[in-house]
Design a protein around this ligand. Structure first.
Ligand code: C2E
Ligand code: CA
Ligand code: CA
Ligand code: CA
Length: 277
């Protein structure tokens, strides 16, 4: 898991107690949230920018808190990355996403693949492939309908175990995307050994690309790299037509971002599927 959290806080740092308290409170609340079914999975469209057509979705967790309302994952996922809870929540999201995906496919819709985020603790669990196989069987979701998103950082924490695990998942028919690509450790040497099907260009580069030539250059480099290694690409955080134009010009035609749709509950994504977008 990310080492940004508790481990580095100094013993007498006054912010530590507040952080520790917040974390404890969050963990206790989340344990109840799983039991009380307060966690919800939202789906954000991924599209082909040329046609505007849906090519897939990303499953993103939300916490429908009884008092606080809708809590975003940025407010709780980082606090539980060192805890067993992240594995439980990860499995919950995976099962729910596979269940919904299977229902969409049975209904005759074409949702593309559903992408689910994997936390480091899930990736480093030697039983992950068995857990996923069970979820696929239970939900009737085909492995070809599922993509897993992993960051470079999580892979590089334990490449000796991660690479074989990711290969087993690939051999089952599941795709792998590298999330937040360009922001993590340089794993270029590993990239060609990994069973990756696509890179997700991090939104920080996309955000400034139109104004900042340096970010456009980074995007260009990622696109060139993906081309050489024959990997797919998708740009994250596309919010404007100018960004779309630039990305298409540079050679990336897949995108996910507010311009094309925010993350929404499954019922709302279903309306998009019905309208045949
Ligand atoms: P991520 O995996 O990089 O997901 C993309 C985030 O960018 C999502 O935030 C999404 O709502 C947001 N986003 C998409 N398009 C745009 C855009 O055009 N502009 C802007 N400003 N943002 C955009 P969200 O849903 O708040 O999730 C934040 C992070 O929480 C995710 O980043 C991921 O790291 C984590 N996360 C979410 N769901 C899960 C989960 O089920 N498991 C795990 N392990 N992590 C999750
Ligand atoms: Ca992601
Ligand atoms: Ca991302
Ligand atoms: Ca991220």
């Amino acid at each position: 898991a990310k080492r940004k959290g508790g481990a580095r806080y100094k013993l007498f740092d006054p912010s530590m107690s507040e952080y520790a308290f917040n974390r404890m409170e969050t963990e206790a609340g989340l344990r109840k949230a799983i039991e009380n079914r307060e966690l919800e999975v939202y789906y954000q469209p991924q599209v082909d920018m040329n046609s505007g057509r849906l090519t897939g979705t990303e499953a993103l967790v939300r916490w429908q808190h009884p008092e606080k309302g809708l809590v975003m994952p940025g407010a709780f996922i980082p606090l539980i990355e060192e805890s067993r809870l992240i594995v439980d929540i990860g499995e919950y999201v995976l099962r729910e996403a596979c269940r919904v995906q299977a229902a969409w496919c049975r209904a005759g819709y074409e949702p593309g693949r559903v992408s689910v985020n994997l936390a480091g603790a899930q990736l480093h669990d030697s039983g992950l492939d068995r857990i996923i196989a069970r979820i696929l069987t239970e939900t009737g979701c085909k492995p070809e309908w599922l993509e897993l998103e992993v960051t470079e950082g999580f892979i590089m924490e334990d490449p000796a175990a991660s690479v074989p695990m990711l290969k087993r998942l690939r051999d089952m028919g599941i795709s792998l995307a590298i999330d937040d690509f360009g922001t993590g450790y340089s794993s270029l040497a590993y990239l060609k050994r990994l069973p990756v099907s696509r890179l997700k260009i991090d939104q920080s580069f996309v955000r400034n690309s139109v104004m900042d030539p340096d970010d456009a250059v980074i995007i260009e480099a990622i696109i060139a790299l993906a081309g050489k290694l024959k990997l797919g690409l998708i740009a994250e955080g596309v919010e404007t037509h100018n960004q779309t134009e630039l990305l298409l010009e540079l050679g990336c035609d897949q995108a996910q971002g507010y311009l094309y749709g925010r993350p929404v509950p499954h019922q709302e994504l279903e309306l998009m599927l019905k309208s045949g977008r």
